[in-house]
Design a protein around this ligand. Structure first.
Ligand code: AKG
Ligand code: FE2
Length: 296
């Protein structure tokens, strides 16, 4: 793509880069001038590479290659949606932050749900459990997911007063509008069940995923809520980071993997470790970059 690149913009950008201003800061300033985020990042990328090679581009027209933005390393610039406070306001209750990890961006939360809410969610979900289906990456068809070996169901957004209460808490904590959320999924793992390492963001490898991204934007973050104490095993393992989160009733793990450029963080790869004893019940909320529009 060729963009207009006036002399004063060129000089301003090159001066900043040579002075060591972080590319993210420059990108943000371009965005503040109404340059779309992806384009701003691509322009800064292109000029930064040229400056690094000792050949600042001439003013006039700039040849910008936008593809590297998607392919480029994940820009880890966005702070955790939850903020930095040790205790968070979830609207109708307060939630403690027990631990944070910078990359992938993870926060372990305590007391997102109380014991009665966990039990009620399980009771609502139990009669509707079914073998978990996922989209087959090859065919795009729904298939029973061998690698997950759990049973699950989806609530519709706002389906019951309890579901709505939980969705409002997540909205309050993350600042991400409730409408961006997919319906809560409840999963039950029995002993031996697990989910193998995966990303929650959608790989555009099949038509179903591409259409979903088109409708609702990419998935950008996940709240996994633990509905019971697991006797043994069943941790949520961030395999690249080497972090294991213990499943404790009412706790939750929030992790974030999408940025404003539409990139997805591969460092967010995670798994549900095999349950060794007892059952594991979780409720998962996936959040999108835009309003979630289910498949018609
Ligand atoms: O079972 C877990 O702890 C993780 C679940 C998960 O990764 C998911 O539902 O996407
Ligand atoms: Fe996941």
């Amino acid at each position: 793509m060729i963009v207009n690149f006036p002399q004063d913009v060129r000089d301003w950008l090159v001066a900043h880069l040579e002075r060591g201003t972080p590319p993210a800061t420059i990108t943000a300033q371009l965005e503040a001038q109404n340059v779309p985020a992806v384009l701003a990042a691509a322009i800064v990328d292109t000029v930064a590479h040229a400056v690094a090679r000792g050949a600042p581009p001439p003013a006039g027209q700039l040849h910008v290659d936008e593809t590297p933005v998607a392919a480029a390393p994940f820009r880890h610039e966005e702070p955790l949606h939850l903020g930095r406070a040790p205790v968070l306001d979830a609207g109708d209750r307060r939630v403690q932050v027990l631990a944070r990890l910078e990359r992938p961006a993870v926060a372990l939360l305590s007391g997102l749900l109380d014991a009665r809410e966990c039990a009620a969610l399980i009771a609502l979900a139990r009669p509707r459990l079914d073998a978990v289906r996922v989209v087959d990456p090859q065919s795009g068809e729904d298939v029973i997911a061998e690698h997950r070996s759990s049973e699950g169901m989806f609530f519709r957004p706002l389906e019951t007063p309890l579901v709505e209460r939980i969705e409002r808490r997540i909205e309050k904590l993350t600042g991400i509008p409730l409408a961006h959320g997919e319906g809560i999924q409840v999963l039950r793992y029995r002993p031996g069940a697990q989910s193998t390492p995966h990303f929650d963001f959608l790989l555009p490898a099949n038509a179903a995923n591409r259409e979903s991204i088109e409708r609702s934007g990419q998935r950008i973050s996940t709240m996994v809520m633990y509905l019971n104490d697991v006797e043994s095993g069943g941790e949520t393992a961030f395999t690249e980071a080497g972090l294991s989160v213990t499943a404790r009733e009412g706790n939750a793990v929030y992790f974030q993997y999408g940025n404003r450029l539409g990139q997805s963080d591969h460092a967010s790869v995670h798994a549900g470790s095999p349950v060794l004893a007892g059952e594991k019940w979780i409720a998962t909320k996936w959040l999108r970059a835009r309003r979630f529009v289910p498949r018609a």
